[in-house]
Design a protein around this ligand. Structure first.
Ligand SMILES: O=C(O)CCC(=O)C(=O)O
Ligand SMILES: [Fe+2]
Length: 227
């Protein structure tokens, strides 16, 4: 499932984050390209060990942790510390698939990438090009969101970032290991949860049917979650 999650950050937060990012040292992104991406990556990234990257990343993680739509859709078990990238002057990222298993920086342990995320930190009118093009079963989808909005898509998808021909595209990007690895099962749980959420305010408190549906949700999660 490819979905957008609006308002992960408000415009004030984006402004603050951009103020820090625009003053930061950006490195050539090819330095951190893994074997799957080498040769196709032409962008800039913030050093993931820089204190500014760690602090801004933690702020994004706090916002994600209290975002009901993100939790419902991703069922996160682990989130890679958010990274930051910048494309300008024709910068682009050719077609690739993200690595399946990544070492987590700073700790012993790894993350299996089930979902990939891009959180936009600039408005669409600040740059030309730069669409995130994701191949899906229904054809290629082009994504270019407002600042503060985020796209979530399966890490198994072939994707690319189109050349930025004017201005600069600044984003945060990261990966999520979900409690529910299987995309189809995760989508069923998301649909069930969203239906329960929309029915709940319309029914009397303690309604037996909603209670039963909520039980079904948790019992499916109990069967499918790997924690
Ligand atoms: O910049 C983006 O939106 C995606 C970046 C990306 O695909 C990656 O770093 O693997
Ligand atoms: Fe990628």
């Amino acid at each position: 499932m490819l979905m957008t999650i609006d308002g992960v950050l408000n415009k004030d937060e984006v402004r603050q984050i951009r103020k820090h990012l625009d003053q930061s040292d950006w490195q050539d992104g090819t330095k951190t390209a893994g074997s799957l991406a080498s040769g196709v990556k032409h962008n800039q990234q913030l050093d993931e060990n820089a204190s500014v990257a760690i602090e801004l990343g933690n702020h994004i993680l706090r916002r994600l942790g209290s975002h009901p739509l993100f939790i419902s859709a991703a069922l996160p078990e682990r989130i890679y510390p958010p990274k930051f990238n910048r494309y300008s002057g024709g910068g682009h990222y050719g077609a690739h698939v993200d690595g399946a298993v990544m070492p987590l920086p700073g700790v012993h342990g790894t993350l299996r990438s089930d979902l990939s995320a891009t959180l936009f930190l600039c408005e669409p009118d600040e740059y030309d090009g730069g669409e995130l093009t994701i191949e899906t079963a229904f054809g290629a989808q082009q994504v270019k969101l407002e600042a503060g909005d985020m796209v979530l898509y399966p890490s198994s998808s072939l994707h690319r970032v189109e050349p930025v021909t004017r201005g600069a595209r600044v984003c945060s990007f990261f990966w999520i290991q979900s409690m529910v690895r299987d995309e189809g099962k995760r989508t069923l749980l998301f649909d069930l949860d969203q239906s329960i959420q929309s029915l709940t305010p319309r029914q009397p408190k303690g309604d037996g049917d909603i209670l039963q549906l909520t039980g079904v949700y948790h019992n499916l999660l109990r069967r499918w979650a790997e924690v």
